[in-house]
Design a binder for this molecule. Structure first.
Ligand code: NAD
Length: 297
C-alpha cells in the first residue's frame, strides 16, 4: 500500500483519486474549492487539512491542477517543504514544457523525485482508468511512478527526460487540432460540391485522409453515431481545453523558433472558437463556424 497525496480533485483528479483508493492505496486528497472537497468526501476520499498536510505523510504526491502557475505556486508554497525526503512527485496537469521543467528542478532541489505525467483520455478515461500518460523524467523515477500510473491509465509511455511528457502532449494535440480543422473544411467543401456526408466518410475513412478526427470524432452527424456531432457537439473534448493546449503549443513553437504555420493557424482558429460558445462545445464543432463563414461569402 502506497501513501498517496492527491491534490486537485476536479473533473479529472477526483475519478483518478477514486481509482487509486479502490486499488487499495491510502489516498488523502485536498482541493481549494469546498464543493470539490465535499464530492471527494462523498466518494470516500480522506480529506486533508491542506496540500502540505496531505504531502507530509505521503510516499507519492500527485497534482492535477488547471495550469502551470498553480503547480509552481503549490510546490513553492509548502508542498515540497512538507513532503518527506525522496517523495515522488507526479505532476499530471497539462502545463507548458518549460514550467514542467521548472517544477522538476524545484522538486529535485528539495530532495525529491519527479515526473511530469500529463494525460489524454478525458473524464471518461479518468473514470474508467484508461487514461494515456505521457511521462517525462529519469528512467528510475519513471519506473517508480509506473505502478501508480498503471492503476489510472491503460497506456503509459516514457517520452524522455524532464518536461518531455508535456512536449509529447502538446505535439499530439497540435496534430489533433490541425487534422480536426482539415476534416471539417473537407466536409464543408464536400457539402458545397453536392457530396453526401456518408459518401465522403466511406471514402476518407478507408483512404489516405483517414484519421481519428474522421473515424472517431467525425464532425457531421450520422457516419459515426458516437461522435459529438450527434449530440449537438456536447463534449467530448471542449473547445476551451483545446484552446488552452494550443496556447501551450504556441509557447513551445515560439521558444524553439519552429516553423509551424499550421499549428499557429490552428491556435488562432481555436482561440476565436473558445472566445465564444465554442468554449463549452466539443472542438469538432469548429465545422459549424467554417460552414457559417462559407455561407457568408
Ligand atoms: P478542474 O478545474 O476541474 O480541476 C482542477 C482542480 O484543481 C480544481 O478543483 C482546483 O480547485 C484545484 N486546485 C487548484 N490549485 C490547487 C491547489 N493549490 N491545491 C489544491 N487544489 C487546487 O480541471 P480538470 O478538468 O480536472 O483538469 C485538470 C488538468 O488536466 C488541467 O491541466 C487540464 O488541462 C488537464 N486535462 C483535462 C482534461 C479534461 O477532459 N478535463 C483532459 C486532459 C487533460
Amino acid at each position: 500500500m502506497t501513501r498517496i497525496a492527491f491534490l486537485g480533485l476536479g473533473h479529472m483528479g477526483l475519478p483518478m483519486a477514486v481509482n487509486l483508493m479502490r486499488a487499495g492505496h491510502d489516498v488523502r486528497g485536498f482541493d481549494l474549492v469546498p464543493a470539490a472537497l465535499d464530492a471527494a468526501a462523498q466518494a470516500g476520499i480522506v480529506i486533508a487539512d491542506s496540500g502540505a498536510d496531505a504531502a507530509s505523510a505521503a510516499d507519492v504526491v500527485i497534482t492535477m491542477f488547471p495550469a502551470g502557475r498553480h503547480v509552481i505556486d503549490a510546490y513553492e508554497g509548502g508542498l515540497l517543504a512538507a513532503a518527506p525526503p525522496g517523495t515522488l512527485f507526479i505532476e499530471s496537469s497539462t502545463i507548458a514544457v518549460d514550467e514542467a521543467q521548472v517544477a522538476h528542478e524545484l522538486a529535485l532541489r528539495a530532495g525529491h523525485r519527479s515526473v511530469d505525467a500529463p494525460v489524454s483520455g478525458g473524464v471518461v478515461g479518468a473514470e474508467n482508468g484508461t487514461l494515456a500518460f505521457m511521462v517525462g523524467g529519469s528512467a528510475e523515477d519513471f519506473a517508480a511512478a509506473l505502478p501508480v500510473l498503471e492503476i489510472m491509465g491503460a497506456r503509459i509511455v516514457h517520452c524522455g527526460g524532464p518536461g518531455l511528457g508535456q512536449a509529447a502532449k502538446v505535439c499530439n494535440n497540435m496534430i489533433l487540432a490541425v487534422s480536426q480543422i482539415a476534416v471539417a473544411e473537407a466536409f464543408v467543401l464536400g457539402e458545397r460540391l453536392g457530396l453526401e456526408h456518408q459518401a465522403l466518410f466511406d471514402v476518407v475513412s478507408q483512404a489516405s485522409g483517414q484519421c481519428w478526427s474522421v473515424t472517431t470524432n467525425c464532425p457531421v452527424p450520422g457516419p459515426v453515431p458516437t461522435s459529438p456531432a450527434n449530440r449537438e457537439y456536447r463534449p467530448g473534448f471542449a473547445g476551451a481545453l483545446m484552446a488552452k493546449d494550443l496556447g501551450l503549443a504556441l509557447q513551445a513553437i515560439e521558444q524553439t523558433a519552429t516553423d509551424a504555420r499550421m499549428g499557429r493557424l490552428a491556435q488562432e482558429i481555436y482561440a476565436l472558437f473558445a472566445a465564444g460558445d465554442g468554449a463549452r462545445r466539443d472542438f469538432s464543432g469548429i465545422i459549424t463556424e467554417i460552414r457559417d463563414a462559407s455561407s457568408r461569402r
